[in-house]
Write a protein that binds this ligand. Structure first.
Ligand code: G3I
Length: 347
């Protein structure tokens, strides 16, 4: 059982605020940051951050105070860390790690092996060289961050939307063993880290998550050091899978820790701002996802993919859609924030 949360402190703080005549609709804020309640529930509450925005005081303040864990949105990917063979560029990733240390946060490592944001020099290698490059990259990255990063997305998005192994350059050049090998190399480089698979559109039970369930079972049966499963949860308003908790639970029952790794909930904006109705629906959707995680003992963390709507990747990829996060373009808390806060707090 997870430990009970900060319900008492909400009541006490609200009473104090009322007495002082200062009570406003910000009671949730007054009752402490998300991370305080997440800690009481035994989970991490995480956020993907963009190093280029940390100089913004509001951005940095929210990222540092509300969350217990950070993921680098882009700068721990291969194209940033090793843009040319053997030439490593640690500066931006170091900045993320330094930020986390300053704020007493855990770092979630994203990502070691992916078909996207991997430089051309890797993609052009023959099989032997590509395997060596993968091992050396993993060694170098875990060698540098082994003390700072406790959990890694080792292999990202290895199954396609057709529920088959993704037909990436990795698969074409190395065959399906590249996945197991990536985990083996990561374990050799870091004996303690949590090592995850991670993907999108696998949040509920469907053909793609079934394929992952099979893959996870196969890897575990072969003794491959897979220890966790990441569910990205790039969701659409009103479409949180009703069987999300059940889906997470079946992976947990394999002996894996599970994480919600990239949560955002996008909506059609029709050229304008979100309506009150959309914001209310989004709050309910966020609540459902938090409840799904809290309902699974081995759900160790929940990360949102960005701080505020203006910094989200969504409008770039889905023109006309957006507003997927808990803070709006002007860093104002949205109803989704209150829903997450109160759900973590047990209200
Ligand atoms: O760094 C260049 C910059 O030099 C250039 O001027 C600029 C011009 O567009 O592009 C910059 O690169 C961008 C990069 O992010 C770094 O900011 C790319 O265009 C942009 O496509 C890229 O998008 C990222 C995307 O991954 C790439 O696939 C998003 O920010 C990031 O949120 C997104 O994150 C992924 C996860 O890693 C995996 N799961 C899905 C998730 C959403 O797509």
């Amino acid at each position: 059982m997870r430990r009970f949360s900060g319900k008492m402190s909400v009541a006490v703080l609200s009473a104090v605020a009322l007495t002082a005549g200062t009570f406003t609709a910000t009671a949730a804020h007054a009752s402490g940051p998300l991370r305080e309640h997440a800690e009481q529930r035994g989970i991490e509450i995480g956020v993907a951050i963009n190093d280029g925005l940390l100089s913004n005081q509001q951005y940095a303040s929210i990222a540092g105070s509300e969350f217990s864990q950070v993921t680098a949105e882009n700068v721990m990917k291969w194209e940033t860390l090793q843009p040319s063979q053997g030439q490593f560029n640690w500066g931006q990733a170091d900045q993320i790690v330094d930020f986390a240390k300053q704020n007493n946060q855990r770092v979630y490592g994203h990502t070691l092996v992916w078909h996207s944001q991997t430089p051309g020099w890797v993609q052009g290698l023959g099989a032997g060289e590509m395997d060596t490059a993968m091992r050396e990259h993993i060694n170098a990255v875990l060698g540098r961050y082994g003390d700072d990063v406790e959990v890694w997305d080792v292999a990202n998005e290895v199954i396609g939307d057709n529920a088959q192994l993704r037909n990436s350059f990795w698969l074409q050049t190395l065959g399906e063993d590249y996945i197991a090998n990536a985990f083996e190399y990561a374990r050799q480089a870091d004996p303690d880290a949590e090592l995850c698979l991670n993907d999108y559109s696998i949040d509920g039970i469907n053909a793609k998550s079934d394929a992952y369930y099979q893959l996870a079972q196969d890897l575990l049966a072969r003794g491959v050091p897979l220890t966790c499963m990441g569910f990205q949860a790039h969701l659409i308003l009103g479409q949180v899978p009703s069987d999300m908790q059940q889906n997470l639970q079946r992976f947990a029952d394999l002996g894996l820790d599970v994480y919600v790794t990239e949560l955002d909930i996008r909506m059609d904006l029709n050229g304008g701002a979100p309506t009150q109705q959309q914001l209310a629906q989004q709050a309910e959707d966020y609540r459902s996802v938090v409840e799904a995680c809290l309902g699974v003992e081995r759900c160790k963390g929940l990360t949102t993919w960005g701080v505020h709507d203006a910094s989200s990747w969504v409008p770039d990829q889905f023109p006309g859609q957006g507003a997927p996060l808990m803070w709006d373009d002007n860093y104002q808390q949205k109803p989704a924030y209150t829903a997450v806060h109160d759900t973590l707090a047990g209200d």
